[in-house]
Design a protein around this ligand. Structure first.
Ligand SMILES: Nc1ncnc2c1ncn2[C@@H]1O[C@H](COP(=O)(O)OP(=O)(O)OP(=O)(O)O)[C@@H](O)[C@H]1O
Length: 259
């Protein structure tokens, strides 16, 4: 496949994915599409398999059957350089921020791109990153309003500030697809809204595709283009955010029947 075809390919295409952990059938035929510049919120009760589904997208969890394509590239059975190329397209924002505690905010952002290169950690620590990378890291910090905290370590930052640095680190990767796994679960309501405004604002401005798990239905409706809900291992809801009905959402959180 040519680069031009790859870049125009659908960011995420998941078909009939089945994944079990031993006897626990977590995903029993999940399908999901994310189109270019589309923001999708993934809903589902605790333990319904949202994080597992996210982990299948970058090959960290291996389904027993089904198809997964990221930008037209098959993830299942991808190894080595092919898997690394798929992962480089994806930027992550996690519930627990996952910043390196010994590194400053600036170094953590640099790590977003250097972590995948030879001697990447050393370059972050010894300031041997190129001027281009350093300038871009600072621009990413500026974009999330954290340039004045560039030399602070994570322990010196609030949760909301740490998540801003994590968003800058994600931007440093210049991803085509953003995966955000409960990005506000560790923040208070006001801080959470600020982080979601920032994250979704960047995604919209840069025309990125995003898959974001959330537990707040009002926020899902507010930010998403489309809402996908999983229950009992299958895609129970898949519709435009302004079309999702309350009964469907309540049913999503009614007692699950995983076995
Ligand atoms: N590596 C693993 N080995 C065995 N079981 C696992 C593993 N990872 C997840 N599970 C189980 O799979 C089920 C789905 O977990 P998952 O974390 O995907 O759910 P979730 O929808 O993200 O939940 P939450 O909303 O609580 O974060 C759970 O019952 C969990 O205990």
């Amino acid at each position: 496949m040519t680069d031009a075809t790859e870049s125009s390919a659908q960011p995420v295409r998941v078909r009939s994915v089945h994944l079990s952990y031993g006897h626990l059938n977590v995903l029993r035929g999940v399908s999901l599409d994310i189109h270019a510049a589309e923001g999708v919120v993934l809903l589902g009760a605790n333990g319904s398999g949202k994080s597992t589904l996210l982990r299948t997208l970058n090959g960290l969890a291996q389904p027993q059957s089904g198809e997964i394509e990221i930008a037209g590239q098959s993830v299942i059975n991808a190894r080595g350089a092919a898997l690394r190329a798929i992962r480089q397209r994806m930027g992550y924002v996690f519930q627990q921020f996952n910043l390196v505690s010994q590194l400053t905010a600036f170094q953590n952002v640099l790590f977003g791109v250097l972590g995948a290169r030879p001697l990447g950690v050393l370059r972050c620590l010894t300031s041997t990153a190129t001027a281009v990378d350093r300038d871009y890291a600072m621009a990413c910090l500026e974009r999330v309003g954290m340039a004045d905290r560039a030399e602070h370590r994570p322990a010196e930052l609030s949760g909301g500030q740490q998540q801003r640095v994590a968003i800058a680190r994600m931007l440093m990767q210049q991803p085509a697809l953003v995966i955000a796994d409960e990005p506000i679960a560790s923040l208070d309501p006001r801080g959470g809204r600020e982080v979601l405004d920032l994250l979704w604002g960047i995604v919209r401005e840069d025309n990125l595709a995003m898959l974001c798990t959330l537990h707040q239905l009002d926020l899902a409706r507010h930010y998403a283009d489309r809402i996908v809900g999983i229950k009992d291992g299958v895609t129970a809801i898949d519709c435009a955010a302004n079309e999702v009905d309350n009964a469907g959402l309540s049913d999503l959180y009614a007692e699950a029947a995983l076995s």
